[in-house]
Design a protein around this ligand. Structure first.
Ligand code: UT7
Length: 331
């Protein structure tokens, strides 16, 4: 059996400075802090402001901060993988742009598109390059400028999303630490419930699509909620059973941060006490592929070598899954 596993060996984030609060949103649309806190659990989110700034700028900044933090050179990176649902443009890939902006010269680069499951899918993809033994240093980035596709006149979606980027280094580990297993699924029939209606090849942008606001996120909240709440828990419980992990043994559930009620329901189904569930939705909202890495970054100092983690997400596609990893270092 292959004894090389892929481990996260460093993590750093970039959060835009601008804080969009529920109070400010309440002046933009017919909503309230009380409704948003009760139904979703978000207090504020970060927004990237500034002419000409894009997803790649946040990703490149996160990468540069990571290089400085762990003391490696951009020249050491062999492969750049970027998970994003909000690329700078159709093509080239955001990964190529980030590599250029972060001074990465010796790597090839590609994007992974799996909406809110983007981190899990890209982490698993990156892991397999490491497990072959051929790759030693992969830069994995999750970066989202959700504010660019959010309609700030639609109260059903505008409180939900925020902008952020997280950069991680993946390296081989031979101590049985790192990514252990994944249970992933997708169901494209869910595409009608959470998507961008226009701007792609199915319905290219036109004056009409712009007038109709079809370049903004469309979500049928309740339908997505019902699917998310059962499926995220199903795969997380399945992972515990597959590896005989008891709630006591599991150090952390690291869930996608779309709705506090979904997070709490998942934790309950897994039999976990609240203290074992990472939650920061209140401060950043739903940053799509960046939510889980943002948690890992914020909890980095508390994480201990060997800690058993289950990462779990559900999102557009539909895509969903759970990933089991053992944390690889003490910081
Ligand atoms: O990350 C990718 C996956 N996404 C998810 O997992 C998100 C899943 N869905 C959700 O989290 C929730 O469905 C939402 C947070 C999006 C919505 O919460 P909800 O409890 O499902 O609300 P609802 O859509 O059923 O709306 C209930 C009421 C409606 O009013 P009426 O028809 O009952 O009069 C809405 O118009 O709440 C109203 N409403 C609002 N009221 C104040 C919807 N948005 C707002 C708002 N402020 N921002």
């Amino acid at each position: 059996m292959n004894n090389i596993k892929a481990a996260i060996t460093g993590i750093e984030a970039y959060l835009p400075e601008y804080v969009l609060t529920n109070d400010e949103l309440s002046r933009m649309v017919d909503t309230s802090d009380e409704w948003i806190m009760q139904r979703v659990g978000i207090k504020e989110r970060r927004i990237q402001k500034g002419e000409g700034l894009a997803t790649s700028d946040m990703g490149a900044e996160a990468a540069k901060r990571l290089f400085a933090k762990i003391g490696i050179s951009p020249d050491d990176i062999e492969l750049v993988i970027v998970a994003t649902a909000t690329p700078d443009m159709f093509f080239p890939s955001t990964s190529c742009i980030i590599a250029d902006k972060a001074g990465i010269k010796n790597a090839w680069a590609f994007d992974v598109s799996a909406a809110c499951s983007g981190f899990l899918y890209s982490l698993q993809t990156a892991s397999q390059f490491i497990e072959t033994g051929r790759y030693k240093k992969i830069l994995l980035i999750t970066a989202e400028k959700m504010s660019a596709i959010t309609n700030y006149t639609d109260r059903t979606t505008c409180p939900l999303f925020g902008d952020a980027a997280v950069a991680m280094l993946l390296e081989p580990n031979t101590e049985d630490l790192g990514v252990i297993d994944h249970i992933f699924q997708s169901d494209g029939s869910g595409r009608h419930h959470l998507y961008l209606k226009a701007g792609g090849t199915f319905k290219p942008s036109s004056y009409e699509t712009i007038d109709n606001g079809e370049h903004y996120v469309h979500q049928e909240g309740q339908t997505v909620f019902k699917a998310a709440v059962s499926r995220m828990a199903d795969v997380s419980v399945a992972m515990m059973e597959k590896h005989n992990i008891t709630p006591e043994e599991l150090a952390w559930l690291v869930p996608h941060q779309a709705n506090l009620r979904i997070i709490e329901a998942t934790g309950r189904r897994m039999g976990l006490s609240k203290e074992k569930v990472m939650i920061n939705i209140e401060r950043y909202g739903n940053t799509t592929s960046a939510t889980i890495p943002l948690c890992l970054w914020e909890w980095e100092k508390e994480l201990k070598k060997g800690d058993k983690l289950i990462l779990s997400a559900f999102g557009g596609g539909f895509t969903w899954g759970s990933l089991y990893m053992k944390w690889a270092y003490n910081s």
